[in-house]
Design a binder for this molecule. Structure first.
Ligand code: AMP
Length: 505
C-alpha cells in the first residue's frame, strides 16, 4: 500500500511529539495530535460516503482542525476543494455544482444555506467552526483511524478554483506529485530544515498558504506559528520566535508601516519570502534598509505551483521573480504563434515541469487552449528573461492595453508614475476610447498630504513616456482595490471607470 503525498509528508510522523503548530494563544499541536485527528476525520469522511477520487468542498475559517482536514483528504484519497471564505452562497452554489463533491464542510453559521446547496447536489454537509467545534470534529472524536488509501503520483490531491477575474472560475486539478515535487524543490532551494519555525499568517484556501507554506514545513519537518490572519501587532509579537516568514507584498508594506517593526526585531530571521503579487522594488529596498535583509521574491500560480524563485544564496534582484526552479522549464513566447521570442524581448511566460497541473476540472477545451502541443502551459503573464536567466513579470496579458494599435504595458507606466514625488502607488488600466480603441487611465494613490493633481502627474510624464503611453486621465484614490492575496483588482477599476474617456477625442 502506498499513498504518494501522505507517505512523503506525514506517514513517518504519526508518533512524532514535536510541535507542528503553535497558536496565537500559546496552545500547541504536535505532529502526532494533528495527524491523529486527520486519521479520524478521514474515517468520518469515508463513513459519509466519500470514495477515493471524490471531492470534498470546504469553506471554513483557518484553524488547526481545518489543516487536519487537508491531511484527512490526502489520507482518504479524496480531492480537497478549499473555497475562499469570502465567497457568497451564490458563488458556493456554482462551485458545488461544478465540483460535485461527496461532502461539503462549512461554518455552522452558514449550515442552513450551504447545507441546502449540498443537499440539492447530493452531497452530505458537515460543519467545522473557527474554534474547531462542529459535526466533523464531534464525529471524529468517536472514530477510528482510517488506514491510508492507496494513491499514485498522478492521482488528484486537490482542486483549487482560480480567482476567475475573467469569465467563470476554473478548477485547477493538482496531483499528488504536482504538490510533492514542488515542495521538495522549495525545501532544497530555500534550505528549510527541522529547525525552521515559519510565521504563517496567510489563508489556507489558497495555494500560497496551503501548499507552499504547509507542504514545505511538513517536508522539512519544521513547525509553524499558525495565526488566523494578518495582524501587524501579532506579527511583531511573534516574529522574535520565528525563523522564516512567507507573505504577500501587502504584508511587507504593512509591516514597514508598523512602528515596532525594526531591524533588531528580525535580526535572527533567516528568510522572508514574497509572492502572489508583484513586490514593488521600492518595498524591497525599504525593507533592506530597515532590516538589512533582502526579501526573496518568487513567482507561481494555482495551476503550476511555484515556477521561479530568486536564489537563497546569490543575487536577489529586486523587480524580478528569479530563476526557474530545478526541473522546471520556462520560456517566453509570442502569444499568437507560440514561437519563442528573442532573448530579452517581452512575451507570454510558458512553463513545463512536474509542478504543472493536469488540466481544468471538466473543461477539456479550456485546458487544450492553454497548453502548447509540446506540453508547455501558457500562464497568461507577460514577462522577459534577462541574460542571467532572471524572469521579470510585466503584468497579466489581459491587462495589456492596446491604444491606437500600439501596445502599452501598464507596469512601465506605473513605474514612471510611482517615481513621481508624492506618489505612493498607482494602477494603470485601459478603458474604451472612441478614437484609439482603448486609452490609458492612471489611478494614483498619493502619499498622505502630498499636493498632487492631475496636471502635475501628466506634466511629469511628458518627457518620460511616448505620447501613446501617457495617461489620458489621472484619477486619485485613497487605496487600490486588492483581493486577499494582495493582487490589485484591475477589472474592478476598469468597470468603475469604463465611461471616463467616452467623450475624449
Ligand atoms: P494565483 O493563481 O492566485 O496564485 O495567481 C497567480 C498569478 O499571480 C500569476 O499568474 C501572476 O500574475 C501573479 N503572481 C504571482 N506571484 C507573482 C510575483 N512574484 N510577481 C508578480 N506577479 C505574481
Amino acid at each position: 500500500m502506498s499513498n504518494h503525498l501522505y507517505d512523503a509528508l506525514l506517514a513517518h510522523r504519526t508518533d512524532d511529539d514535536r510541535l507542528l503548530l503553535e497558536l496565537g494563544d500559546g496552545a500547541g499541536w504536535t505532529y502526532r495530535d494533528t495527524i491523529s485527528l486527520a486519521g479520524r476525520m478521514a474515517s468520518v469522511l469515508v463513513a459519509h460516503g466519500a470514495r477515493p477520487g471524490d471531492r470534498v468542498t470546504v469553506q471554513v475559517q483557518k484553524s488547526p482542525e481545518a489543516l487536519a482536514l487537508y491531511f484527512a483528504c490526502i489520507r482518504a484519497g479524496l480531492a480537497l476543494n478549499p473555497l475562499n471564505t469570502a465567497y457568497t452562497s451564490a458563488e458556493v452554489q456554482y462551485f458545488v455544482g461544478d465540483a460535485e463533491p461527496a461532502i461539503v464542510i462549512c461554518d455552522s453559521q452558514r449550515a442552513g444555506e450551504l447545507g441546502a446547496i449540498a443537499g440539492r447536489h447530493g452531497a452530505t454537509a458537515l460543519t467545522l467552526d473557527a474554534d474547531g467545534s462542529g459535526s466533523l470534529t464531534d464525529r471524529a472524536a468517536e472514530a477510528d483511524q482510517l488506514t491510508p488509501v492507496d494513491r499514485s503520483a498522478s492521482d488528484l490531491a486537490g482542486i483549487l478554483y482560480t480567482s476567475g477575474t475573467t469569465g467563470r472560475s476554473k478548477g485547477a486539478m493538482l496531483s499528488h506529485d504536482n504538490l510533492l515535487s514542488n515542495a521538495l524543490s522549495l525545501v532544497e532551494g530555500w534550505q528549510f530544515s527541522p529547525d525552521d519555525v515559519l510565521l504563517h499568517a496567510l489563508p489556507i484556501f489558497h495555494t500560497h498558504g496551503l501548499f507552499v507554506a504547509v507542504n514545505i514545513t511538513l517536508a522539512a519537518g519544521g513547525s509553524m506559528i499558525f495565526l488566523p490572519g494578518f495582524d501587524a501587532d501579532e506579527m511583531v509579537r511573534f516574529l522574535p520566535r520565528a525563523t522564516s516568514m512567507m507573505g504577500v507584498p501587502t504584508f511587507y508594506t504593512r509591516l514597514l508601516a508598523q512602528p515596532g517593526f525594526t531591524g533588531e526585531l528580525v535580526e535572527h530571521m533567516r528568510l522572508f519570502v514574497s509572492g502572489s503579487a508583484p513586490l514593488l522594488a521600492e518595498t524591497h529596498v525599504e525593507f533592506a534598509e530597515r532590516t538589512g535583509q533582502r526579501i526573496l521574491e518568487r513567482y507561481g500560480m494555482t495551476e503550476t505551483n511555484m515556477i521561479t524563485s530568486n536564489p537563497y544564496h546569490g543575487e536577489r534582484r529586486a523587480g524580478t521573480v528569479g530563476l526557474a526552479l530545478p526541473r522546471v522549464e520556462i520560456r517566453v513566447a509570442d502569444p499568437d504563434t507560440g514561437d519563442e521570442v528573442a532573448p530579452g524581448d517581452i512575451g507570454v511566460v510558458e512553463v513545463k515541469g512536474p509542478n504543472v497541473f493536469g488540466g481544468y476540472w471538466r473543461m477539456p477545451e479550456k485546458t487544450a487552449e492553454e497548453f502548447r502541443p509540446d506540453g508547455f502551459f501558457i500562464t497568461g503573464d507577460l514577462g522577459q528573461i534577462d541574460d542571467a536567466g532572471y524572469l521579470q513579470i510585466i503584468g497579466r496579458g489581459k491587462d495589456l492595453i492596446i491604444s491606437g494599435g500600439l501596445n502599452v504595458y501598464p507596469k512601465e507606466v506605473e513605474a514612471e508614475i510611482d517615481a513621481i514625488d508624492g506618489v505612493m502607488e498607482s494602477a494603470v488600466i485601459g478603458v474604451p476610447h472612441p478614437d484609439f480603441g482603448e486609452g490609458v487611465v492612471a489611478v494614483v494613490v498619493p502619499q498622505p498630504g502630498a499636493p498632487l493633481d492631475e496636471a502635475t502627474v501628466i506634466d511629469a510624464l511628458t518627457h518620460r513616456l511616448a505620447r501613446f503611453k501617457q495617461p489620458k486621465r489621472v484619477l486619485f484614490t485613497g487605496k487600490l482595490p486588492r483581493n486577499t492575496m494582495g493582487k490589485v483588482q484591475k477589472n474592478t477599476l476598469r468597470d468603475e471607470h469604463m465611461d471616463i474617456l467616452e467623450t475624449s477625442r
